[in-house]
Write a protein that binds this ligand. Structure first.
Ligand SMILES: Cc1cc2nc3c(=O)[nH]c(=O)nc-3n(C[C@H](O)[C@H](O)[C@H](O)COP(=O)(O)OP(=O)(O)OC[C@H]3O[C@@H](n4cnc5c(N)ncnc54)[C@H](O)[C@@H]3O)c2cc1C
Length: 381
């Protein structure tokens, strides 16, 4: 009798990274099972909240540019396969003092990869994007290939294309534990045991828990996000006139936001949130007084938005590494286990490409991308 609970690979976690990997493996004809502890589109992880920035220029490091270029193509491919609208490209501006990390890092990545971009003065920025009124000591770098993704729709599309290709995706079924089983793995849930040749741990903020024996230096960071409703000139927040933006309002401190979507004009401060060791201990309540630092940051670029009323607010979590680069690597003791983790607040845009990278690692043992910055043992080196 064929053992129906035996798979080529099991993917634990069906958020951004897990759903993409499940999809890519299923498209290659692998028999795959995805396990997700919560319902589709849940709001306890890192992939909810209606929008995620995608940009081609990458101030964090130019090494991410080839990966985001591949991700861009794969998001479009996923749109074709699923019939869903996932990515809107309307441009983005990276704002800050000329010598700051955002502007200088954006220009460095553009120069290194010969990316189209324009440097805009405060006046040129206002002429093109009327909601923005930049203080005189700031500049903006325009990235025409920036825009935003719909994270819930992206994850749904990956899971549905995976299912069409034969994958099994089980929601509300947490992986309670995993262990090596010969050259393969065994995963336990409340419904029983599943065995597979390979395991992908894509548990996002829960990966520290799934990999307790490795003592990874991960920090879970609470983020507060607000949807604002400007009181006047509301059309200047429409996507045709309002790009995504990242603004370095204080050395190394960044806020970012999106054009007006059905929930409002979303904005947030990146990092600087309360930290904990476990996502279950993150404070999930949120108070409007928490928007004070965001309002103060926005005042020198978007004065109208800085005083807008709050329509909605939400809490999300980052899983951070100390250097804010990801982990994409095999488990140091168990080569049949691939770890996909710790996207440190900037991973969503790459999910389509990382799904492909991870499927390449599992099926061919290698990827065409340089993954040396994402090694799991880099803190011990
Ligand atoms: C507020 C906010 C804004 C962001 N903005 C951007 C942005 O603009 N651009 C960008 O590129 N990135 C952004 N990010 C980062 C990006 O969203 C994350 O890097 C990405 O979503 C992480 O994906 P993931 O698959 O690792 O985690 P998740 O999407 O959280 O998925 C992990 C999944 O694993 C499941 N899981 C965990 N343990 C188990 C278990 N034992 N059994 C079964 N399932 C399990 C969880 O329930 C969860 O669904 C943002 C993040 C936040 C929080």
């Amino acid at each position: 009798m064929i053992d129906k609970r035996r798979y080529n690979a099991i993917v634990v976690g069906l958020g951004a990274m897990g759903s993409a990997t499940l999809c890519q493996l299923a498209l290659r004809g692998w028999k795959v099972l995805g396990l997700e502890q919560f319902s589709p589109g849940h709001s306890l992880g890192s992939s909810h909240g209606d929008s995620r920035v995608i940009r081609e220029t990458y101030f964090e490091h130019p090494l991410y540019v080839p990966l985001v270029q591949r991700a861009h193509d794969l998001w479009r491919e996923l749109e074709e396969r699923s019939g869903a609208s996932l990515m809107t490209i309307g441009g983005g501006i990276m704002i800050g003092p000329p010598e700051g990390v955002v502007v200088s890092g954006t220009l460095r990545s553009a120069a290194e990869h010969d990316l189209p971009h324009e440097v805009l003065s405060p006046q040129a920025t206002r002429e093109r994007f009327p909601a923005f009124s930049l203080a005189n000591d700031l500049v903006a770098v325009f990235d025409p290939r920036a825009g935003f993704l719909d994270p819930e729709a992206c994850n749904t599309a990956h899971v549905s294309v995976a299912r069409q290709a034969g994958a099994e995706a089980r929601f509300n079924e947490p992986a309670l534990g995993w262990m090596p089983d010969g050259a393969g793995v065994r995963v336990t849930t409340a419904s029983g045991k599943y065995v597979a040749d390979r395991l992908v741990l894509a548990g996002g903020a829960w990966n520290g828990e799934l990999l307790r024996e490795l003592h990874l230096p991960l920090t879970i960071e609470r983020q507060s996000v607000f949807w604002l409703v400007p009181g006047s000139e509301t059309e200047s927040y429409d996507r045709s006139r309002f790009p995504i933006y990242a603004y370095e309002y204080k050395a190394g401190n960044i806020c970012y936001g999106f054009p007006r979507l059905p929930r409002g004009v979303k904005a947030s401060i990146m990092h600087g949130g309360e930290t904990s060791q476990h996502p279950d201990r993150v404070r999930r309540t949120i108070d409007d007084s928490e928007a004070k630092p965001l309002r103060s940051a926005l005042r020198s670029i978007l004065p109208g938005l800085a005083k807008a009323a709050i329509r909605e607010r939400d809490v999300c979590v980052f899983a951070n590494t100390p250097d804010r680069d990801f982990i994409v690597d095999f488990h140091p003791q168990h080569p049949q286990v691939l770890v996909s983790s710790a996207c440190s607040g900037h991973g969503f845009k790459f999910a389509s490409a990382l799904g492909e990278v991870q499927a390449d690692l599992l099926t061919n043992g290698k990827s065409r991308f340089d993954l040396s910055a994402f090694r799991i043992d880099r803190w011990h080196a």
